[in-house]
Design a protein around this ligand. Structure first.
Ligand code: GLY
Length: 402
């Protein structure tokens, strides 16, 4: 008996010595989700009117809600789906359904390129989790509305109808709409939608990036597809790297690689990641200033929304690389650690019951500066769920089943 015990102890000890301890998550995801549930219950109570979607706070601290035609209208419904995904609770499914259907009419909206955000975040996640055919039908119609903004002679999806004197402006943010088109292309076997994604991503790759792999915010085209101007709308200057734009590009080319497995898109995502992660103005906690070249750094606002988008993208990108894998995972974790404690992470009852504060919407327009913004919450929740899945499954296959 004593001998057997000694053998067991020996085996256990050798295992403990020779095997590295399994990495432990540095973020208490269950606690963060529990807090998010309490915050979003209050958010729901404060929003009885489904035509007014939670967006941000006004300078006086009052609710800043927006109509469903605003580009952010799908993020609240999408965030509620994440709560349902994590908890499996019927109450979140019902709330998510309600706030998803609230934006249904935007499927006919041909005046915006933002239908990926507006429709795919709520309906795409809703379909992924429930397989509700009603959601799929909305997405199929919406994708045709979005595709109507693609002019084959120009070769890109038009973002806005006008910017300054230009008639065909395209912003790097537009890369985020391609996941939606890819999904509908697959579901409906519509090769045209697939081809639009490739054309748009290739033109963006060619025209939006500087030699250092940062991106311009706005590129304006003439009717033949010739570039007329490279400008900014939300960044500090035409030549400066607006932080959220870099994050959109990173996420966008990561999705391009997921969808096509073409190396050039993976290379681009890696180049963007390198630009961000090696930038001398990226703070130690990896939450970027709103623009990498904003004058007067460190006396400039950070943008938690850009950080949350970066974290979510890096968690996926880490799965496609070997050499950079640990760097991407560690950076994403570092961001999530920083966002999960005060003062980025809001506590119950604070600031309109959003999850995160310190985001910047559009500083040059003096709009939404250093406030909570709904898309920061959305990508924070998405990243938390991805992080949780990585620890549980070792990969993201369970949460990327679009
Ligand atoms: N135009 C989308 C954004 O502000 O990121």
């Amino acid at each position: 008996m004593k001998f057997a015990t000694a053998i067991c102890l020996y085996v256990l000890l050798s295992l403990a010595i020779t095997r590295p301890a399994k990495a432990q998550p540095k973020i208490d995801v269950p606690a963060q989700i529990k807090l998010a549930e309490a915050q979003y219950l209050r958010m729901l109570e404060a929003h009885p009117d489904l035509t007014k979607t939670p967006q941000s706070l006004n300078p006086d601290g009052s609710q800043r809600d927006m109509p469903t035609s605003w580009w952010c209208s799908g993020f609240f419904g999408g965030s509620l789906w994440f709560l349902y995904e994590y908890t499996g609770s019927q109450q979140w499914k019902e709330a998510a359904h309600k706030w998803t259907m609230a934006v249904e009419k935007e499927k006919f909206n041909k005046g915006t390129h933002d239908l990926g955000f507006m429709l795919f975040c709520p309906f795409g996640n809703g379909y992924r989790l429930t397989k509700n055919e009603q959601y799929k039908n909305v997405l199929v119609t919406g994708a045709q509305s979005l595709a109507s903004r693609f002019d084959p002679a120009v070769g890109v999806i038009k973002s806005w109808n006008k910017f300054e004197q230009y008639n065909y402006p395209v912003i790097v943010d537009n890369m985020m709409n391609l996941e939606f088109l890819f999904w509908v292309a697959r579901q409906t076997k519509d090769k045209r939608l697939y081809d639009i994604c490739i054309k748009h991503a290739d033109a963006t790759l060619k025209n939006h990036f500087r030699p250092d792999n940062s991106s311009y915010h706005v590129v304006c085209y003439d009717p033949t597809g010739k570039v007329e101007a490279k400008l900014t709308h939300q960044g500090y200057a035409d030549e400066s790297p607006w932080a959220r734009g870099q994050a959109w590009g990173l996420y966008g080319y990561t999705v391009m690689y997921r969808e096509t497995k073409q190396k050039k898109y993976l290379d681009q995502a890696k180049k963007i990641a390198a630009f961000i992660l090696q930038h001398p103005n990226l703070p130690a906690d990896k939450i970027p200033y709103w623009d990498f070249n904003a004058p007067g750094i460190p006396n400039q606002e950070r943008d938690a929304s850009a950080a949350a988008i970066m974290a979510s993208a890096l968690l996926e990108l880490a799965g496609y690389v070997k050499k950079e894998k640990q760097t991407y995972l560690q950076t994403a974790e570092q961001i999530l650690v920083a966002l999960s404690v005060p003062n980025y992470r809001l506590q119950l009852g604070e600031k309109g019951n959003f999850l995160l504060q310190h985001s910047v919407g559009n500083k040059p327009a003096k709009s939404e500066i250093d406030v909570p913004i709904i898309y920061a919450d959305y990508y924070y929740l998405e990243a938390l769920i991805r992080y949780d899945q990585l620890f549980k499954n070792g990969n993201l296959s369970a949460v990327l089943q679009f």
